[in-house]
Design a protein. Structure first.
Length: 266
C-alpha cells in the first residue's frame, strides 16, 4: 500500500532540486508585529483582532475582513534545517497529515494549515480565500517561505448548482493566483477532492464536477500546477460507487476514513 501524499512530497523535493538539509542562516524566519490572543500560543498581527475560532485548538483565531474568524496557521515554527512543507485542506487532509508527517520526518517538516486537529480545516473556498494569508503563517504569525504546498478545496463546497460551481471555480482560481504571488518559490500541488458517497449513491456528481473544474483551473498553460489524484486513490481501492469499504470509518461510508484509509492517503 503506497502512502500517496508522502511519496509525492519526496518526489517533488527531489525533482525540484530542493536541498534536504539547509543552513539555518537561509531559514531565518520573519516575524510580524503581533498581539497574543489570550494566554495562548496563538497570535494575530497587530492590526488584526483576535477572535474565537470554533475549531482552533487554542480557541482563538484572527479576524479577516471583519467577517471570517480564521483558524490559526501551522502550529510549529519553520524548520531551520529541513525543507518546510504544507498541506492546506479540510478534515480529510487533517486525517492523513499525521501519517504523512511521520513518513517524512527525516525529509521535510510537514504541517497542516490551518492548525486544526479535529474538523473544518480550510473550509470552503470563500473562507479559504479570506483566510489564506493566515494559513501560510504560523500561529505565532511567522512568515514562512514554504518549499512545497499541497492544497485542496471541495468537500465544503458541495452545492450542485451552476451558480455555486461558478463561484467555486472563480474562488479556486484566485486561491491559486494568491499562492503563486505570495509563495513564488514554492512547488505547488493540488489534491483532488475525495469521494462523498452519500451524494454519489444518489446520482449527485458534485464531487466529480468540482474535480473537473479544479483540473481546468490547475492546468492553465502558463501556470500549470501538478495534480495529486487522491480521488482516484480511494476509488481504485473502494470502487466508483460503494456503501462499504475497508477504508471507511463508518457504514455506510461518508467522507471520512479510518486509520488504514488515512495511512493510504498520507
Amino acid at each position: 500500500m503506497t502512502p500517496w501524499a508522502a511519496h509525492l512530497f519526496v518526489i517533488v523535493l527531489v525533482m525540484s532540486n530542493i536541498p534536504l538539509v539547509v543552513s539555518a542562516e537561509s531559514r531565518e524566519p520573519h516575524h510580524q508585529q503581533q498581539q497574543q490572543c489570550g494566554n495562548t500560543t496563538t497570535s494575530c498581527s497587530s492590526e488584526i483582532q483576535c477572535c474565537k475560532a470554533r475549531y482552533s485548538p487554542t480557541s482563538f483565531g484572527c479576524l479577516s475582513n471583519g467577517t471570517f474568524c480564521c483558524t490559526p496557521g501551522p502550529s510549529l515554527e519553520p524548520s531551520p534545517h529541513l525543507p518546510n512543507c504544507l498541506i492546506i485542506g479540510d478534515s480529510v487532509s487533517i486525517g492523513y497529515t499525521p501519517a504523512a508527517t511521520l513518513l517524512l520526518q527525516d525529509v521535510c517538516q510537514l504541517q497542516h494549515g490551518p492548525y486544526d486537529t479535529t474538523n473544518g480545516g480550510a473550509g470552503n473556498t470563500k473562507y479559504g480565500l479570506a483566510c489564506l494569508p493566515n494559513f501560510l503563517r504560523t500561529q505565532r504569525q511567522t512568515q514562512v517561505k514554504w518549499d512545497v504546498i499541497m492544497f485542496n478545496f471541495g468537500l465544503h463546497d458541495l452545492v450542485n448548482t451552476p451558480e455555486a460551481k461558478a463561484i467555486y471555480r472563480d474562488d479556486l482560481a484566485m486561491i491559486k493566483q494568491q499562492l503563486i504571488a505570495e509563495q513564488p518559490q514554492a512547488k505547488l500541488l493540488y489534491a483532488t477532492t475525495t469521494p462523498f458517497m452519500v451524494d454519489a449513491m444518489q446520482n449527485n456528481t458534485i464531487v466529480e464536477d468540482l474535480n473537473r473544474l479544479a483540473l481546468e483551473v490547475m492546468s492553465s498553460s502558463d501556470q500549470h500546477i501538478d495534480i495529486v489524484d487522491l480521488h482516484a486513490v480511494v476509488t481504485n481501492h473502494c470502487g466508483d460507487l460503494y456503501e462499504d469499504c475497508s477504508w471507511c470509518n463508518q457504514k455506510p461510508c461518508g467522507m471520512h476514513y479510518n486509520t488504514m484509509g488515512y495511512a493510504a492517503l498520507g
